[in-house]
Design a protein around this ligand. Structure first.
Ligand code: GDP
Ligand code: MN
Ligand code: MN
Length: 249
């Protein structure tokens, strides 16, 4: 398997035809997978915002004050307001704002970026990343994964995750296959889109590198018994259930 950065992509602006910009720069073999940083999908979709568009309501002001107490840093209540508007559920308010976005992804600050925003205050995540991925996948005839860089519990540091995908299953289901000792695997459903997103993120980097698109070549999904489950439902998400109880104390 090889990962290749798509070279020379310009600064992406609202209305840009990402599929065309990509097709001009890279030949996509039918077997490859395209990983695309959500940043550029958002830019093409015009998901820029100014803080002035989010006059803070009482809840946002309360959250900002609480965050200030926890972190000792000044927090703009308008940013908290933007996060609230991009979210369906607030899971924790402090020491950081962990929410579920409208499309089911759980992350800090609803994934709203304040870096690589093309000079605007804020860049929101794509509204429906899997739908964005589907349009790009259709146009380019390869599977597409939309990625973002996220923190994770239990470990320091951030890594790439898949927030939208199309043209391939989310996971490879190993259940029913055998290990080296002949034992049948009972639980392993390998989330391939996150693994590819993490690999692509490694190539993309986080700064000024200008590499939002990475092509994965030669990846063998294997005997593809797939599953499209990705974001957990609340009922089987015990960590979230525990956090809900914790944050409301
Ligand atoms: P995120 O992980 O989706 O939030 O995106 P990042 O801000 O970490 O950027 C990922 C990669 O895309 C980095 O290499 C950035 O330099 C690059 N990048 C971000 N915006 C643009 C853009 O408009 N054009 C190009 N060519 N690269 C960009
Ligand atoms: Mn981001
Ligand atoms: Mn990133």
């Amino acid at each position: 398997m090889q990962l290749r950065a798509v070279p020379d992509l310009p600064e992406i602006r609202p209305g840009d035809d990402l599929a065309a910009l990509l097709a001009e720069r890279v030949d996509l073999d039918p077997g490859s997978v395209l990983c695309l940083a959500s940043t550029v999908v958002s830019k093409a979709e015009g998901r820029f915002a100014a803080l002035s568009e989010y006059p803070a309501g009482p809840r946002a002001r309360e959250i900002a004050t609480r965050l200030e107490e926890h972190t000792g840093e000044e927090k703009d209540p308008r940013f908290a307001q933007a996060v609230l508007e991009e979210s369906t559920e607030i899971i924790t308010e402090a020491p950081f704002l962990l929410t579920e976005t409208h499309f089911g992804h759980t992350c800090v600050n609803a994934g709203i970026d304040r870096s690589n925003t093309g000079g605007e205050d804020l860049l929101l995540l794509p509204k429906r990343p899997s739908e964005s991925a589907a349009r790009l996948s259709e146009a380019l005839s390869v599977p597409v994964i939309v990625t973002d860089t996220c923190g994770r519990p239990f470990r320091h540091g951030q890594r790439g995750v898949a927030i939208g995908w199309a043209g391939m299953a989310a996971s490879r289901d190993w259940r029913g296959e055998r290990d080296r000792d002949g034992r049948e695997l009972g639980v392993t459903v390998e989330n391939v889109i996150d693994e590819l997103a993490a690999a692509a993120n490694l190539v993309a980097g986080e700064g000024a590198g200008g590499v939002p698109a990475v092509v994965v070549e030669g990846f063998e999904f294997g005997k593809m018994d797939g599953s499209d489950e990705h974001f957990r439902d609340v009922e089987d998400d015990y960590v979230r259930q525990a956090l809900r109880g914790w944050s409301h104390e």
